[in-house]
Structure formats: C-alpha cells, structure tokens
Design a protein around this ligand. Structure first.
Ligand code: GDP
Ligand code: MG
Length: 163
C-alpha cells in the first residue's frame, strides 16, 4: 500500500478540509468501526513525486460527550498503529483546548513522526497567534490554511521527507 499518513485531531479543526485538498481521487468509504464512527476516509496523494495514502479520521460520531472523547482517543490510537506519519491538526481560531491536550498526551509517547499543524492560519496576523501551541509539548509546528492552501507546501515538503 505504500506509506500511510493519518490526520488526527478533535472535531472541527479542519481535518476533512485539509484531506480533500490533499487527495486526488477519493477511494471507497470504508472501515465502519464499532458502529459508532462512520466515514473513515482513505485517499491517495503525492508530493514531490512521492505517493502516499491519507486517512481522514474521526468522521461522524454519535453519542454523549464521554463516548465522543473516547472515540477520538480510539481514532488516534488506530492512526498511530496504522500510519507511518501523523498530522496532528489543531485550530488557531479556538486556540488550545483540553481535547487537544489529551490527544497531544497520546502523541508525545509515539515513536513515529508527528507533524503538529495549526490550521485556519488564513492570514499573517494569525501566524503570531499560533505560538500558544508550543504548550502542547510537541515542539515545532506548521501553520496552514486548508481553505486557501497557504503553508501546505512547507508541511508537505517536510512530511514526504520522512516517508
Ligand atoms: P474536521 O471536523 O476536523 O474534519 O473539520 P472540517 O474540515 O469539517 O472543518 C470544520 C470547519 O472549519 C468548516 O466550517 C470548515 O470550512 C472550516 N475550516 C477548515 N479549514 C479552514 C481554514 O483553513 N480556515 C478557516 N477559516 N476555516 C476552515
Ligand atoms: Mg471531518
């Protein structure tokens, strides 16, 4: 199958928007996990001549907030197992949330490349706002706008280096 990149993060940070920007052709919607989570999307992408598969995790979740958080953890753990590299997406509009901190805690233990990616950096003013994400303890981060595409080239350059 080649290298696999998973996009993880709490809901509404822009994972699917970024995924749709990355992939060229959508593959079948697969992997109905436990009837709770649907639409775990797989797609194919390439950058600088390197092909890779992308997983968009944590689609549609039904249930209480409690199940919700557990489900995100499960998606992250699945992604950790399956992926060769992980894009951990967060949202500059909301800033750091408790759920981001929970996911970061899981990812800090992981022995695979993690690309902390601050999304919704649609303009230069927002670049400065992104510094708060250092507090997640994952080191350097990338800033992107999944809507207008800015910053995505730098992220993908670094990403394909490790695949
Ligand atoms: P997901 O739940 O993480 O998959 O997030 P979605 O991709 O569904 O996006 C959630 C919301 O954020 C949608 O309303 C998107 O249009 C919006 N969004 C995604 N990326 C960006 C971005 O780069 N900038 C802005 N301003 N909004 C974005
Ligand atoms: Mg989504």
């Amino acid at each position: 199958m080649g290298a696999i990149v998973a996009i993880v993060g709490r809901p509404n940070v822009g994972k699917s928007t970024f995924f749709n920007r990355l992939i060229k052709r959508r593959e079948a919607i697969v992997d109905e996990v436990s009837g709770v989570t649907r639409d775990r999307h797989y797609g194919k992408s390439d950058w600088n001549g390197k092909e890779f598969s992308v997983i968009d995790t944590g689609g549609y979740v039904v249930g209480s907030d409690d199940i919700f958080e557990k489900e995100i953890d499960k998606q992250v753990e699945l992604a950790i197992d399956e992926a060769d590299a992980i894009i951990f997406m967060v949202d500059v509009e909301s800033g750091v949330t408790g759920m981001d901190e929970d996911v970061a805690k899981l990812l800090r233990k992981v022995d695979k490349p993690v690309f902390l990616t601050v999304n919704k950096v649609d303009n230069t003013q927002r670049v400065a706002d992104a510094v708060e994400f250092y507090s997640l303890g994952l080191g350097e981060y990338y800033t992107v706008s999944s809507i207008n595409g800015s910053g995505t080239g730098e992220l993908l350059d670094a990403l394909v280096e490790v695949l």
